[in-house]
Design a protein around this ligand. Structure first.
Ligand code: SAH
Ligand code: DHB
Ligand code: MG
Length: 216
C-alpha cells in the first residue's frame, strides 16, 4: 500500500496546485465533525477535468457532504453553468454553503436538502432540463436507484460518474447492503446498453475507484 500512497502523493504534487480555500474547506468540514470521506484532491481534479472535457453546463451531484467535490465540479463550470447538489443532512449543507461561499462558487450552486430519492423524483416530475454530468456519491445501498434516475435525467452524450465503486466490489461479504449496492450498481452500469462505461482505480490510503460512463 505504501507504493499507492507514494503514487497518489506524486500525482498530487504535480497536478493539484495548493489552494488555500480548498484546503480550508477540508479543515472546516473536519472541525465541524463531518466524516472525512470526501474525494481526494487527485480525484477532485479528475472530476474537474472530466467536467471540463465534457463541456458540462448543468451538473447534478448526489451527496454533497462539506462541499469539497462540489467545489471542484462548480469551478469547472463556464459562466452561466449550474451545479445542483443533493444532501440529506442539513448540518452538512450548512458547512458546504460556507465553503462554497468562501470560494466564490455559491452563486453557481443550488443545494437541496432531503433524501436524494425524493428529491430526484421531484426533478423527474417537474421535467427539469437534462443534466450534462451526474456525479453519484451518496449512500451506497441506493446506488442502483441513483443510476436509474441518472439515466432518466441525462441525454445522449451526458456523462455519469460514481465514486467508491471498487473497494466494496472486491468484498465477499454480500450480507453488507453497501457491498450489495456497489456490486449491483457496477453490474447494471456494465450491462446497460445505453452506456459505455469503465471503472478507474483511485488510490489513496487504500484502493477505491470512480465509474465513468458516457450515454450513447
Ligand atoms: N461528494 C462528497 C462526499 C459525499 S459523502 C465529497 O467528495 O466532498 C456522502 C454524503 O451523502 C454525506 O454527506 C451523506 O449525508 C449524504 N447522504 C447519505 N444518504 C443520503 C441520502 N439518502 N440522500 C442524500 N444524501 C445522502
Ligand atoms: C467512504 C468513502 C466515500 O468516498 C464515501 O462516499 C462514503 C464512504 C468510506 O471510506 O467509508
Ligand atoms: Mg465517495
Amino acid at each position: 500500500m505504501k507504493e499507492l500512497i507514494d503514487v497518489d502523493a506524486y500525482i498530487e504534487r504535480l497536478c493539484v496546485p495548493r489552494n488555500k480555500v480548498f484546503e480550508q474547506a477540508l479543515r472546516d468540514a473536519a472541525k465541524a465533525g463531518l466524516p472525512e470521506i470526501h474525494v481526494s484532491p487527485n480525484e477532485g481534479k479528475l472530476l474537474y477535468v472530466l467536467a471540463k472535457v465534457s463541456g458540462a453546463q448543468r451538473i447534478l451531484e448526489i451527496g454533497l457532504l462539506g462541499g469539497y467535490s462540489a467545489m471542484w465540479l462548480a469551478s469547472a463550470l463556464a459562466d452561466g453553468g449550474k451545479l445542483l447538489t443533493l444532501e440529506l443532512e442539513e448540518k452538512h449543507a450548512q458547512v458546504a454553503r460556507k465553503n462554497l461561499l468562501r470560494a466564490g462558487l455559491l452563486t453557481k450552486v443550488e443545494i437541496r436538502v432531503g433524501d436524494a430519492c425524493g428529491l430526484l423524483e421531484d426533478i423527474v416530475r417537474r421535467g427539469e432540463p437534462p443534466f450534462d454530468l451526474v456525479f453519484i456519491d451518496a449512500d451506497k445501498p441506493s446506488y442502483p436507484v441513483y443510476l436509474d434516475y441518472a439515466l432518466q435525467l441525462t441525454r445522449p452524450g451526458s456523462v455519469i460518474l460514481a465514486d467508491n465503486v471498487i473497494r466494496r466490489a472486491l468484498d465477499e461479504d454480500d450480507s453488507d447492503p453497501m457491498v450489495r449496492g456497489i456490486k449491483e450498481f457496477n453490474e447494471k452500469l456494465a450491462a446497460c446498453s445505453e452506456l459505455e462505461a469503465i471503472l478507474v482505480p483511485i488510490m489513496r490510503k487504500g484502493i477505491d475507484g470512480l465509474a465513468i460512463a458516457l450515454r450513447r
